[in-house]
Design a protein around this ligand. Sequence first.
Ligand SMILES: [Zn+2]
Length: 418
Amino acid sequence: MDIRNNRPQGLVTAGQRAEVMRQGNASAVLRAVLAHGPVSRAEIARHTGLSAPSVTKLTSTLLDAGLLAELAPLESTQGRPRVPLGVDRDRTVALGLHIGLLRTTFGLVGLDGTVLAEGELGHGELPDLTPDRIAEQAARGVESFLAERLGGRRLAGTGVSIGGWVDGARGTVVEHGPLGWRDVPLLDLLANRLPGPLLLEQTVRAIARAELWFGAGRESDDFVLVFVGSVLGAAIVVHRTVHRGPGAAAGAIEHLAATDDPAVRCPHCGTGCLSVTATDTVLVAQARAAGILPAEDEAGDGRALERLIESARPAGTDAGDVRAQELLRTRARRVGRAVSTIVDLVNPSRVVLAGGILVADEYLDELRAEVARRSHRGPSVAEDIVPAVFGSRTLVRSSAVPVLERVITEPFTALGLV
Ligand SMILES: [Zn+2]
């Protein structure tokens, strides 16, 4: 959001222009501290190109606003000790809320992307998975969570993420197959139930934005994030921007070819695509059909995937269930085939993997080998396929990122300091 949008066009005064510039410079300081911190004021000046007096003024404003913190002084060779600055992770926080198929998870996330407190609500106890029911459960859970855990911190807003086809700008879930939702005005449903402002992002894009600010994006401006979990999706990041396209429909990878096995055919596309071979849900169904897991989720906690992985590598022994291992290996290879298609089409600097696929990370080399075998980039592509920095449990942090991003890019507007 541009702060000038609130004013009639063409009537931007010199004072307002100066304010926009001051906010832009404050954001540059925050970004420098996030990227290089802890850093001294002199180093901030070097990274941002701002003058030393400007940096002194801006850092003092950001310290007062509780966005930066002075850390323990370092010994200096030239008399005065250097006081490094870091981002204050504990005074301004965002609430991140992720609506999954099996559960809603939420938590408080600090300005540097640290998850400070988390909670979750299983959907198993709900009579149905309608948007209203899930919104109501989330509102109740979040209310008591905040009463207990927020303390004296300032809450900058709530970031909500959900899988499927999401148009964040409109606040709408266009389609979520597994939940059976279509054209759900999710932000309207949550508007009076969660602390605002509310921002909605699609899960995979939210994870990509978290990686961009706090993870893989610190080293790479162009990457494709591939999420393989109970949902599938990709986020294409080019020049540090997530590509969305018309209707925010970019990144659907469900029907990329994954196997030629004639026994596996998707009812929608007629091929052995990712959606019928590679999701966590498919993997668990295969494990049940093979008798590796009981036919029903006996514990009713939705942790069947974890149980499958435990049986593939039981703690304290090498003797895992070879059938479980083979299922995980086959999935890794099938995902590898689809990733090779993405690599050849987009040619990203990195492919960042996220989701349930990371839980059994010992099979990632098989995935890499399959990409290397198929991609025209050849064997060297394998080293550019990396796990997400935040691993498989990153949903709360990612959900909060759009709110944190707003604080980082427009600190004064986001915190009402203008
Ligand atoms: Zn298909």
